[in-house]
Design a protein around this ligand. Structure first.
Ligand code: KIV
Length: 266
């Protein structure tokens, strides 16, 4: 039987100083293959708004959209922990609607949710979700749902004062019950300092090698999304060319009469 990754596995990774991997997925077969590859946490990131649906920011998707993608991914996963990134406005209005929306993702197969940012209200949401049995991954540093407030893709935690503030927030998230914290676009040295001073694992998204885990967007590592490439994303494949070449050969074969052949007909 396949051993399922749980919050306990994630906690143990930090205790044992073992690194773990987090990768996004948005569809059934991608989720299945990256699960087979041994990825520890599969995140249905709201980045899907940009890389799968073509929007300019992550703001344009809602709970119904995330339910569909969560269901598809969860069906493909046996081993990894499945975490759904809660979309913009799905946990901000009040605590009952936040709990309900996050609970709907668990019903679709998520084993936890990710929520962005820090405030007294967010801490209360985390406490309530944790009490409800929904593990929460926090997200600090650059938080894409706040892009309009930040005024663009801006590195966070560059000064000692700024890093102390992120550390203070991380400690509060930890106290409220998160099982891990994504640190996005934080300088490596700052992320190291935060990682060494919290007991929950930190997950780097462009925050360097000293975090306990690393997360990337699947379309970036596959070389599929090509509108832009974040500095911190490593491309492991060239799916864009693969898709182009397959489509081109099919197009040529159809037009030259080479498809279908005798083996491909009834
Ligand atoms: O939406 C997303 O994919 C994310 C991760 C990259 C952290 O939030």
């Amino acid at each position: 039987m396949v051993k399922k990754i749980t919050v306990n596995t994630i906690r143990k990774y930090k205790e044992n100083k073992e690194k773990f991997s987090v990768l996004t997925a948005y569809d059934y077969s991608t989720a299945k293959y990256i699960d087979e590859a041994g990825i520890d946490i599969i995140l249905i990131g709201d980045s899907l708004a940009m890389v799968a649906l073509g929007y300019e920011t992550t703001h344009c998707i809602d709970v119904d959209v995330m339910k569909i993608f969560t269901r598809a991914v969860a069906k493909g996963v046996e081993h990894a922990m499945v975490v759904t990134d809660m979309p913009f406005l799905s946990y901000h209005a009040d605590i009952p609607s936040a709990v309900k929306n996050c609970g709907l993702m668990v019903r679709e197969g998520a084993n936890g949710v990710k929520i962005e940012g820090f405030s007294d209200y967010i801490l209360n949401v985390i406490r309530r979700l944790t009490e409800t049995g929904i593990p929460v991954m926090g997200h600090l540093g650059f938080t894409p749902q706040f892009i309009n407030t930040f005024g663009g893709y801006k590195i966070q935690g560059k000064t000692q004062e700024a890093v102390d503030e992120i550390l203070k927030q991380a400690k509060e998230l930890e106290k409220a019950g998160v099982f891990s914290i994504v640190l996005e676009m934080v300088p490596q040295k700052s992320a190291k300092y935060i990682t060494e001073n919290v007991t929950v694992p930190t997950i780097s998204c462009g925050a360097g090698k000293y975090c306990d885990a690393q997360v990337l967007v699947c379309d970036d590592i596959f070389g599929k999304f090509s509108d832009f490439k974040p500095k911190f994303a490593r491309k492991y494949g060239d799916m864009k060319s693969l898709i182009f070449n397959c489509a081109k050969q099919f197009n040529d074969d159809v037009k030259s009469g080479k498809f279908p052949c005798d083996d491909e007909v009834f």
